[in-house]
Design a protein around this ligand. Sequence first.
Ligand SMILES: Nc1ncnc2c1ncn2[C@@H]1O[C@H](COP(=O)(O)OP(=O)(O)OP(=O)(O)O)[C@@H](O)[C@H]1O
Length: 356
Amino acid sequence: MGPHPAVAAIRLAVRRVLHDVLTELTDLPRTPSGGIPRADRRTGAGTPPLVLVACSGGADSMALASALAFEAPKLGIRAGGVTVDHGLQDGSDQRAAEVVTRMTALGLDPVESVAVRVGRDGGPEAAARDARYGALDEAADRLGAAAVLLGHTRDDQAETVLLGLARGSGIRSLSGMPEVSQGPGGPGRSHRYRRPFLQVDRQTARKACMVQSLAVWDDPHNMDPAYTRSRLRHEGLPALEKALGKGVVEALARTAQLSRDDADALDAWAAEADRGVRDEDGRLECAKLYALPPAVRRRVLRRAVVAAGSPAGSLFARHIEEVDRLITGWRGQGAINLPGRVEAQRQGGRLVIRQG
Ligand SMILES: Nc1ncnc2c1ncn2[C@@H]1O[C@H](COP(=O)(O)OP(=O)(O)OP(=O)(O)O)[C@@H](O)[C@H]1O
């Protein structure tokens, strides 16, 4: 008898990602099934690649850890795990130690707990996330990992899309989390983070833990109505499902993928258009900007403002709309102040954007 359908689903999701990781490590020879030949697993260029799971001890990442531990050896991949102790609750160190024990019991090696200090920048959720990715980046560098797996599920993706929708800042923010990303930690490893469960629902991950008798830890933050995401999870999405039907989570996750493709296409168009709207000195020409479709023009403007030194994270849609009005609603307005002490001003048919 095969594994329980939930276990089969999580294993398949992880297997697919491990195949992708192997495909990108192109210098390694492969067996016909796509794995690394046994003889090459411990030598020279055939040093087995290491894939880490970032595990909080919650159901999603425990399910992920179990699937990684099962699938990786079959492909000649070493599987390890890292848990981050944010130090935000009493006994968090003990909990992290327990997660280490559980990962070790699954057969993961190496397994680590990394303690971080969470700052205050950007609010509690953002500060914890920054500290977490910093620690994961550091561990992945130190251990030479080819990839780090994150346990975000389709439900997390739906929540992320709704949060983006509520920000009202365009399709990029509707595109949710990518399957592959470098994480906020920097451009060092462009394919470092992978999210195998973006098509797997939270119930499946939970069920997979249950049928494998894996103990999981429920983060009290996930239930705390002080957190926006928690309110969305426990009040917002259930209300939407009641009003619109069960398929809403899946539809939101699909929206993420479609929006990502659209946003990528528009970004590429804007990069191309940028070259055509500048004079011989590289200054932006207002008449040429005016002729661009609004979605492309706003992207060109955003690129220019960021290039002038405005931090991307502090730049909101309303800032760009104001700059856009220098092009589309020109009535002699003065310089516009933007985050990062950047100023945008229209001068003699040119748009001048510089740091003051
Ligand atoms: N303390 C942590 N240590 C290591 N990885 C973490 C930690 N917290 C979160 N992660 C990683 O980030 C993913 C998303 O975490 P988040 O807390 O947003 O979602 P979650 O639904 O609570 O996930 P989980 O059920 O796995 O805790 C986790 O699945 C895990 O891969």
